[in-house]
Design a protein around this ligand. Structure first.
Ligand SMILES: Cc1ncc(C[n+]2csc(CCOP(=O)(O)OP(=O)(O)O)c2C)c(N)n1
Ligand SMILES: [Mg+2]
Length: 704
């Protein structure tokens, strides 16, 4: 197979290498071209950075040999790739062109990796199956496991594999170990390439991994293929990678290749390695430089003569010079485009498309029952929807299912799904929140519909980097190359009498603060059904917050509105009309606000209070807020989460800024005390807002 790696230059790619044969002379020449091209591109970018023509540079120098071998042995557009930021030679070998790399470096509008949004060396190519890389070290690992897992659903008969690359430093991240766990538990077709250059910025490898070699630390993972290689030696890398790839392709399990490489150019242009590496250390590294060693070997073996080497170098230099001129004259991202592709431009969950009529059937059902039924209906409808999380399955040990009742989630929201749809589509994960969200993202990037559960909102934080830096950014940072159509369901909230600090907190504002993420929070069974179905059917990532206290309340039950009932995001519901004061709220405070409104009206006959349930927190319904405040001229924003810097602060600020002339009183706010929910019910009561607090604040505003 011939693959384009540059303007008019074709590199010989081996069709299927499992033979153990030495690479052909054409392959060796092609490998040299890629390695030299990668190094010269780094040199060119460094020059451009020093001339202030580009704004950042990080090089792959020293890593070229093993990357080139990997890129030539694997199949772009068939296999999948999660590169690290040093993987220039890998991406060149897979088919990213010199022009594309330089357009990326200058941040051009036509940069195919990110439209000028990401730093250089964060490549992305849906055509080649290179998934947009980010900058956090280690986040790519858990996602690559999800991608590898997705192949089981999307291409069950294929021999495709997923390659993920990492530095040795990033193997200290929890996400590396979560990935090892997932990959070995599920025998995922995943190849992990550790490019060990001995340093993580200034920290040497022996201070990252006890003993200084992570490959030894993973020796006891069952089913893992382990391989060691000098990653500066192209032929050795080729041979070892051939074996590792074959191991994963035939589904023996995941494999880890530990390749030692060098880093001759400092960490980045912001770093000077002379401040922590001795002269001797640097000289020893220079001895192993693959871009110098490989041509010497080619000469010694008689594969190429000096003339042929020079000709390759000349062609590559010319190509880079011409591509540089083109990139430097490319247009920058247009003004006014910064918000583009935060969300899908094809499916808008706030549109009328999701405004469906309910067709009620049966008697009233609880919120948790409606969530369960909606999940089942959507799994029935979409064979690519999977449900996973901690304890969500009925019974992991399938042989016991007939004997036991089944678990189905600690709140039973997923009960019966494993029994009905099988263990492949509803399964328990290890206790690893970053892994749950990362796996979902890897699946979603390939077009599956993962609907994962985080057991309690209080434990979502290991996944916060996945949510904020990865899930929320993927579509934007890849300029619509990849999306993240996933749902994360999370039980949240207090008023539990004994829930204490770690089973009662809110904190939704930390989620609504992330552009690119949709956040909804229903207060009753009907809305839970409609909003969850919209979440599942839309193309954006949705955080679906389920208030634990509302799961089984008698007052918020509804009959099932049918299998196609959806509610658009960003549409509030006026749950009670009124003329003198508006209470804007959501979640558990909807019912408390209703009770407060009735009490206020009882105490002051003509002071009717309007209560608005936002239902969807991002986006939220500004039109409904505006219409109501312009009518009542008084407003109280109420939520269960802490008052200071809370969700209500944004709503209140916007009302004060845009509706000032409609106001007859200051904007009121009610939220929890700025502390944690205590175990004793008296502490909880004191901390979380109560009906009396709402009444008192409403009276103050009405009297103003
Ligand atoms: C989560 C996270 N923490 C810290 C950083 C800052 N950082 C960038 S690169 C790097 C070192 C990574 O070392 P290694 O994984 O060995 O890769 P190398 O740069 O050596 O190829 C650090 C700490 C980051 N990008 N992400
Ligand atoms: Mg390193």
């Amino acid at each position: 197979m011939n693959v384009q790696t540059g303007q008019g230059i074709a590199v010989q790619r081996s069709a299927d290498h499992t033979s153990g044969a030495r690479p052909t002379p054409d392959e060796l020449a092609g490998a040299y071209r890629i390695m030299y091209m990668a190094r010269r591109l780094d040199d060119r970018e460094i020059l451009l950075k020093n001339q202030s023509r580009i704004f950042f540079q990080i090089s792959g120098a020293g890593h070229e040999a093993v990357q080139t071998a990997a890129g030539m042995l694997l199949k772009p557009g068939h296999d999948w790739f999660y590169p690290y930021y040093r993987d220039r030679a890998l991406c060149l070998a897979l088919g990213v062109t010199v022009d594309e790399m330089l357009l990326h470096a200058v941040g051009a509008a036509s940069d195919p990796a990110s439209g000028g949004r990401q730093m250089p060396s964060h490549w992305s190519s849906p055509k080649l199956h290179i998934v947009s890389g980010s900058s956090p070290t280690g986040t790519q690992l858990v996602q690559s496991a999800g991608c590898a897992h997705a192949s089981r659903f999307l291409r069950p008969d294929s021999d495709e594999i997923t390659l993920v690359c990492t530095g040795e430093g990033a193997t200290s991240e929890g996400e590396f170990w979560e990935t090892m766990n997932m990959a070995c538990l599920d025998r995922l077709p995943l190849l992990i390439l550790v490019e060990d250059n001995g340093w993580a910025i200034s920290t040497p490898v022996e201070r990252q991994s006890p003993g200084g070699n992570v490959a030894e630390l993973v020796a006891n993972f069952p089913g893992l293929g382990r391989f060691e290689v000098d990653g500066t030696d192209f032929v050795a890398s080729w041979r070892v990678l051939e074996q590792a790839i074959a191991y994963v392709r035939v589904r023996k399990g995941p494999a880890l290749v530990h390749a030692t490489v060098i880093r001759p150019y400092s960490h980045s242009l912001s770093d000077d390695e002379r401040s922590y590496k001795t002269k001797e250390e640097r000289a020893a590294e220079a001895q192993r430089d693959p871009v110098l060693r490989f041509p010497e070997w080619l000469l010694a073996e008689g594969v190429l003569d000096r003339h042929a080497l020079k000709r390759i170098a000349h062609e590559v230099d010319e190509e880079i010079a011409k591509a540089t001129d083109r990139a430097l004259s490319a247009l920058p991202p247009p003004r006014g485009s910064a918000l583009k592709f935060l969300y899908s431009d094809e499916v808008d969950p706030s549109s009328d498309q999701f405004d469906a009529e309910p067709h009620f059937e049966g008697g009233p059902r609880t919120m948790v029952d409606e969530i369960n039924l909606t999940l089942a209906e959507e799994m029935e409808r979409n064979p690519h929807m999977v449900v996973f999380g901690e304890d969500v399955a009925d019974c992991c040990r399938e042989e016991s299912i007939t004997e036991v009742k089944g678990k189905g989630g600690v709140f039973k929201a997923t009960a019966g799904l494993q029994i009905r749809f099988g263990s492949a589509r509803c399964f328990n994960t290890p206790i690893a929140e970053a892994g749950i969200v990362g796996r979902a993202l890897g699946m979603a990037a390939r077009g599956m519909k993962p609907v994962a559960e985080i057991q309690f909102f209080d434990y979502i934080w290991p996944a916060f980097m996945q949510l904020r830096d990865e899930v929320a950014t993927l579509r934007w940072r890849s300029y619509n190359g990849y999306g993240a159509p996933l749902v994360i369901r999370v039980p949240i909230g207090g008023y539990l009498n004994g829930g204490s600090i770690y089973h009662s907190q809110c904190g939704e504002v930390l989620m609504t603060h992330n552009p690119g993420l949709r956040v909804v929070m229903p207060s009753n069974a009907l809305d839970a059904c409609g909003l969850l179905r919209t979440a599942i059917r839309c193309e954006d990532p949705v955080l679906f917050l389920e208030h634990k206290k509302l799961y089984r309340e008698p007052y918020n039950r509804h009959p099932h509105p049918g299998p196609d009932f959806t509610i658009p995001f960003g549409r509030a519901k006026v749950v009670k009309g009124g003329h003198r004061l508006t209470i804007i709220t959501y979640g558990a405070l909807v019912q408390k606000s209703l009770l407060a409104a009735l009490q206020v009206e009882k105490e002051n006959g003509d002071h009717t209070v309007e209560v608005i349930d936002l239902r969807s927190l991002s986006p939220y319904d500004w039109t409904a807020i505006k219409e109501s405040v312009e009518k009542t001229n008084r407003v109280l924003v109420a939520h269960e989460d802490c008052l200071s810097w809370g969700y209500g602060a944004e709503i209140a600020a916007r009302i004060a800024s845009e509706l000032f002339s409609s106001l007859d009183a200051p904007v009121g706010r009610i939220g929890a005390l700025d502390t944690w929910v205590g175990y004793h019910p008296q502490l909880e009561q004191e901390t979380l807002p109560q009906v009396d607090d709402l009444v008192k604040e409403a009276q103050r505003l009405l009297a103003y």
